[in-house]
Ligand binder design. Structure first.
Ligand SMILES: [Zn+2]
Length: 194
């Protein structure tokens, strides 16, 4: 991360006691957030190996994988096929109850952009976990900092946001992308991440 970039996490270091599904709420054994993010990093590496940016997202409900996707902008030649958008669209097709949606956790290895964070809010997911902050286009910190009391009466509410989980692993993937793609349109942006 370049000097002067905002230091994420937003709510302190990831601490188990702060996470949803704690205590005796359920008898199920949940994967740890680190284990879930490690799955995301494996999927992001798959994207990298296919020539895409190494960005992936998985939505969990407890331990169940609701949806998983990686960005396919290069392959599809489209701009709205971000990993989080694809995962959220697939989740939305399940038509889960509001209670279930609030229990959903969106994991992504890069701070969501404005489009994807907005889609997360509109999908009513309860929490967003990301690995690496994106100083130039990440929206999670921007929104958290600006969510005001004016929003209280809105049907929407701010998901819980946890940043910085396994960020080194995510950064390493972007460094690999840069090594393979040292120039070109996206290289300058990727340099802001590493
Ligand atoms: Zn996005």
């Amino acid at each position: 991360m370049p000097a002067g970039a905002p230091r994420i996490p937003l709510r302190g270091e990831i601490a188990r006691e702060e996470l949803p599904f704690k205590g005796s709420r359920t008898e199920m054994v949940y994967m740890t957030p680190e284990e879930k993010m490690a799955e995301v990093l494996r999927l992001a590496e798959e994207a990298l190996l296919q020539g895409e940016l190494p960005i992936a997202a998985i939505i969990f409900h407890g331990d169940r994988v609701v949806s998983r996707a990686f960005t396919s902008e290069k392959h599809d030649g489209r701009f709205l096929v971000h990993a989080e958008m694809k995962a959220l669209q697939e989740m939305d097709r399940e038509k889960n109850s509001m209670k279930e949606r609030r229990e959903m956790q969106l994991f992504t290895n890069l701070e969501p952009c404005m489009m994807c964070f907005g889609a997360a809010v509109h999908s009513f997911v309860g929490s967003v976990f990301y690995a690496l902050g994106s100083p130039t286009d990440g929206a999670a910190k921007w929104v958290v900092d600006r969510w005001t009391e004016d929003h209280v009466d809105s049907v929407f509410s701010l998901p819980e946001v946890f940043g910085g989980l396994l960020s080194a692993g995510s950064r390493a993937l972007f460094e690999r992308y840069l090594a393979a793609n040292p120039s070109g349109g996206l290289a300058d942006w990727v340099r802001t991440l590493v």
